[in-house]
Design a protein around this ligand. Structure first.
Ligand code: ADP
Length: 570
């Protein structure tokens, strides 16, 4: 995309040392400019990307037109020990049947006695034959410090570690272990809005899997950071090929050839993601200026059950191989699209600012705002269609983001440049904004009711209108687009979850909806199995219903479609 996103002065990104190069590359390709702290004013950027977390002051001083790529306090789910604790809490609150997707875990040294109890019980029941354990330092990543053991005498640690039951029956491809790196974007925590990327990576171990050698990390760990140093990395391995990565599309085509019911698998994975994020929701302060890209590591066992291994705070975005290039460049482009810096937002926000400034009796120059194209306002009948409702779903912060940026930049950094005819000529008579003024803007941004603007969708042509009969009130809220690039909306997935995700996120209500959905999908799939032999027709009907769920190759519908059609027939 050569032209800038807003049609005004280029948007500006700021990278912290160590931020992935692919982010710079994609943003430059899209016409963004890189922030130069010697040349530009302190607040004169739109997106600040860091691999590590931000400081509290970064959140405190954020301006309406700025975005950060992390929320505060994400360690609640991205640190191995915290995640284990949260999932345990959710399991006891909502039942082991739903929260059965993470291997049993113990945080040592504190839970040593507890672990010893389980370990000993295991040894006595089956002689310890089937139980293997994996030990991971809680504060490290990329496979560092990890080892496997079967016998307690081999457990040695000198820092805080997590001991997890080792999933010893992984699904293998030609004898090689693999796991899935699923990219998830939390657009906001309140309301909770989750997107799952259709592309992702499959990461292989580079030596054949065997329990006979627990200390061979090339056979048991799937981290690229480890396997790229393996002797077999560059070899053309049976079916897997060279290197240690596949794209998710390749994996899906593999599953397809194996006649695997991948839809149920993706549904389960989507549930894991929602249920895991729900565990963190009460701890994470909601900030409309942040979004989070997470890497969920999912291992599939030989019975096709997906297990959550961990959640990565800043999933690796280095481009080590062709699969990386395909997946990660697309991913970053889609993330930027999700952030929704758009020209239309600018026009409307200017209008809003103009009104607010008029109301508050401030001096301003009348902006020349062209009328929006008819099609963005109404259907030929003058009423908003569902299509428009679903596509007017960008959140209010998106609205604010772009246009204030334009104003501010036209006022400051680009004061000497010709001002776009459609931009507000001045907000503060050409002077730099006083700190109180910025604070006021911040406050008004935060207090802007979400219903002020309804914006056209980013990918209007790509959106599919759910058939969900959501009521008018719900439609009038900012419903997120069901698809942005390859990001598929996986939460909320129906009206009930959308309502429960607002304001104070109602975790209990959401968990109940996930449970209902799971039961319904589960029973439909069981039904399909039972009748497989004698009723190919009904089997087709079930397949039709779920075929494109989430991971269909094109325009998958929302889970809610399938959910609501189910509930309607009951
Ligand atoms: P890190 O943050 O260091 O990458 P992970 O928890 O992702 O730590 O573990 C690294 C790798 O070890 C995983 O990618 C996976 O291949 C393997 N692994 C981790 N936990 C388990 C487990 N419980 N069962 C089976 N394999 C595991």
């Amino acid at each position: 995309m050569a032209e800038n996103e807003c049609g005004f002065a280029p948007l500006v990104f700021r990278l912290h040392g160590g931020a992935p190069l692919v982010v710079r590359e994609v943003l430059l390709e899209r016409g963004w400019e890189e922030y130069d702290e010697d040349e530009q004013e302190e607040g004169d950027w739109n997106l600040y990307w860091r691999s590590s977390g931000f400081r509290n002051s970064d959140y405190k001083n954020i301006l309406p037109w700025q975005r950060l790529n992390h929320h505060l306090k994400m360690t609640h789910i991205t640190r191995k020990d915290y995640l284990a604790r949260h999932l345990r809490r959710m399991k006891s609150a909502f039942g082991a049947a739903l929260y059965d997707f993470s291997p049993a875990a113990f945080i040592l040294p504190n839970e040593y006695t507890k672990f010893l109890g389980v370990y000993t019980k295991n040894r006595t029941t089956d002689g310890g034959k089937s139980c293997y354990w994996i030990c991971k330092p809680v504060h490290l990543s990329r496979g560092r410090g990890i080892f496997l053991f079967k016998d307690l005498k081999d457990l040695v640690y000198d820092s805080s570690v997590i001991i997890q039951r080792y999933i010893s029956n992984p699904l293998l491809i030609s004898g090689y272990k693999f796991d899935l790196r699923i990219y998830v974007c939390v657009k906001s925590f309140c309301p909770l809005v989750i997107y799952m990327h259709q592309e992702g990576l499959v990461r292989f171990a580079t030596e054949k899997y065997t329990l006979a050698s627990l200390d061979n990390l090339y056979s048991h760990l799937t981290n690229t950071s480890i396997n790229k140093f393996g002797l077999c990395y560059a070899m053309d391995k049976e079916r897997v090929g060279r290197g240690c990565k596949w794209t998710m599309s390749k994996f899906r085509s593999f599953l397809h050839k194996q006649d695997v019911n991948e839809l149920l698998l993706w549904h389960r994975i989507s549930n894991i993601i929602t249920l895991t994020l729900l565990a963190a929701v009460p701890c994470i302060p909601s900030d409309p200026n942040c979004l989070e890209l997470l890497g969920f590591d999912i291992l599939i066992d030989s019975s096709y059950k997906p297990w959550l291994l961990e959640v990565n705070h800043s999933p690796a975005l280095s481009l080590d191989c062709p699969a990386d290039v395909t997946v990660k460049k697309g991913l970053i482009n889609d993330i930027i699209d999700l952030m929704n810096y758009r020209m239309m937002d600018g026009f409307r926000q200017k209008e809003d600012l103009r009104k607010r400034y008029t109301r508050s009796g401030r001096w301003y120059l009348q902006p020349k705002i062209p009328p929006l194209p008819e099609t963005l306002h109404a259907t030929p009948s003058g009423k908003r269609s569902w299509n428009q409702c679903i596509s007017t779903s960008s959140s209010s912060q998106d609205t604010v983001l772009c246009s204030v940026n334009d104003c501010a930049r036209n006022n400051s950094r680009h004061a000497s440049r010709p001002i776009h005819p459609n931009s507000i000529s001045t907000m503060s008579s050409g002077h730099e904004k006083a700190p109180q003024e910025l604070e006021k803007m911040r406050q008004s941004h935060r207090n802007t009711p979400s219903s002020i603007f309804k914006l056209p969708s980013l990918h209007i042509h790509k959106l599919k209108s759910p058939t969900v009969p959501w009521n008018r009130r719900t439609q009038d809220r900012d419903i997120p687009p069901c698809r942005v690039g390859d990001f598929i909306l996986t939460f909320p997935f129906n009206e009930a979850t959308w309502k429960a995700a607002q304001d104070q996120v109602d975790v209990k209500a959401i968990v109940n909806e996930v449970r209902k959905l799971t039961n319904r999908l589960g029973s439909s799939f069981n039904e399909k199995k039972r009748t497989k032999a004698d009723s190919s027709q009904s089997c087709n009907a079930v397949r039709d219903k779920f075929e494109s769920l989430l991971w269909g190759p094109k325009d998958p519908p929302l889970l809610s479609e399938c959910y609501s059609s189910n509930s309607e027939t009951k």
